[in-house]
Design a protein around this ligand. Structure first.
Ligand code: CP
Ligand code: NVA
Length: 307
């Protein structure tokens, strides 16, 4: 049966480590893997803007020997209302995988439901699992392990990144702490699923409205924009409640002195993170951005091997 990567818990704890090990191997031997030689095409579709995801999938598919077919959805019939399932049935006859950045998670589930080739979530309103793979690779590089590491995400705790850290961090056996304002906390269904995963992996899950409690003694401190794509009209409304959750040198000072700082980017300095933190010595955001390439090559290769 075709495997897809639509959310972070689509990989078991063992499978997650296999993918991360492959990502490390691909980073060491960047041009040594050619599973798409032919070249086979991979459709990479965007309903929303992107810099990192667009570049890393384009470069990654090319490095795997394939042809990246990068498509802006507004210029396709999908953008004019052609059914998702019909689009999947056209693409899967001509491509080896489909990568899609879209709005609702239901969209990507519909694509996967009709596709005979692997479908990869390149960000939805609910999850951003490719980003979490890169982040876990980065954390393992800097901390030497994942299980038992304290990962604190503060800011918009109701967004796709928070959900993905809950599921991906728990799968990796991490202690995941999510801190955000009371009106912007994660979906209880996702929190409950993360608790279940953590019970099996030895990790744990904490959700708090206290930024200091979220960050205290953390090994990894992470944030994301307060205004995700599609929420632009709420910008003024959203900034106030998040102010206490801004990662400044003061808040970071509560974390472990060796803590590393991640941000999926793009970053808004002076908002969710201060310039001295994101541009400072604890920041590993450029490693994180590079690892999108290696982690996505790995998950794509892993899925293709299981068709
Ligand atoms: N982090 C991330 O997904 O960046 P882009 O929106 O630029 O792809
Ligand atoms: N939460 C952000 C992530 C951007 C990579 C968004 O969805 O816009």
């Amino acid at each position: 049966m075709t495997r897809h990567f639509l959310r972070d818990d689509d990989l078991s704890p063992e499978e997650l480590i296999e993918v991360l090990d492959l990502a490390d191997a691909m980073k060491r031997d960047r041009y040594g893997y050619r599973p798409l030689a032919g070249p086979q095409a991979v459709a990479v579709i965007f309903d929303k803007p992107s810099t990192r995801t667009r570049v890393s999938f384009s470069v990654g598919v090319a490095e795997l020997g394939g042809y990246p077919l990068v498509i802006d959805a507004q210029n396709t019939q999908l953008g004019r209302g052609e059914p998702i399932a019909d689009t999947a049935r056209v693409l899967d006859r001509q491509t080896s995988a489909i990568v899609w950045r879209t709005f609702g998670q239901a969209n990507i589930e519909a694509m996967a439901g009709a596709s005979s080739v692997p479908v990869i979530n390149a960000l939805t309103d609910e999850f951003h699992p490719c980003q979490i793979l890169a982040d876990l690779q980065t954390i393992r590089e800097h901390k030497g392990r994942l299980a038992g590491v304290v990962l604190s995400y503060v800011g918009d705790a109701a967004n796709n990144m928070a959900n993905s850290y809950l599921l991906g961090g728990a799968t990796a056996g991490m202690h995941v702490r999510i801190g955000g304002p009371a009106d912007y906390l994660p979906d209880p269904v996702v929190v409950s699923r993360a608790h279940d995963i953590a019970a099996a992996t030895g990790g744990s899950v904490t959700v708090t409205t206290d930024p200091a409690a979220a960050v205290e003694a953390a090994d990894v401190v992470i944030t994301d924009t307060w205004v995700s794509m599609g929420q632009e009209s709420e910008k003024a409304l959203r900034e106030g409640p998040f102010r206490l959750f801004s990662i400044t040198a003061g808040l970071l000072g509560l974390a472990h002195p060796d803590a590393v700082v991640l941000h999926c980017l793009p970053a808004y300095r002076g908002m969710e993170i201060s310039a001295d933190v994101i541009d400072g010595p604890q920041s590993v955001v450029w490693d994180e951005a590079e690892n999108r390439l290696h982690a996505q090559k790995a998950v794509l290769t892993w899925l293709l091997e299981r068709r």
